[in-house]
Design a protein around this ligand. Structure first.
Ligand code: CU
Length: 116
């Protein structure tokens, strides 16, 4: 009878620590459709440029963040619309659709939560 051999496997858990000083641009993909953005709550860091990549699943929608210098974009179906967000300070910044897209348009909102 052959002795049983047990092999011990060691699993190394590799953690990637975010390097605050050398942070790369972040990309957040967001879809827009009547009458919501998904996700509609986005967390970013102060001072880290974050590219929002929008696609529309139905029609033309808008995107604006009044408290971040009035940054805005028009999101057209069939293409990717990129907007770079750079928040100078922590806080919660509301965004909304600024192109009328039908009944329910008023509720097409979201927020950007900026943390240090
Ligand atoms: Cu709208």
């Amino acid at each position: 009878m052959l002795p049983l051999t047990f092999m011990m496997a060691a699993f190394a858990v590799v953690t990637f620590a975010a390097d605050q000083a050398g942070q790369q641009e972040q990309v957040v993909k967001i879809t827009a459709k009547k009458f919501e953005y998904s996700p509609n709550e986005i967390r970013i860091k102060t001072g880290v440029p974050t590219v929002f990549e929008f696609t529309s699943l139905d029609r033309v929608h808008g995107f604006t963040v009044p408290d971040l210098g009035g940054i805005r974009a028009t999101i057209e179906p069939g293409k990717v619309t990129r907007v770079t967000i750079l928040a100078p300070k922590a806080g919660t910044y509301e965004f909304h659709c600024d192109l009328f897209c039908g009944d329910g348009h008023e509720g097409m909102t979201g927020k950007i939560i900026v943390e240090d």
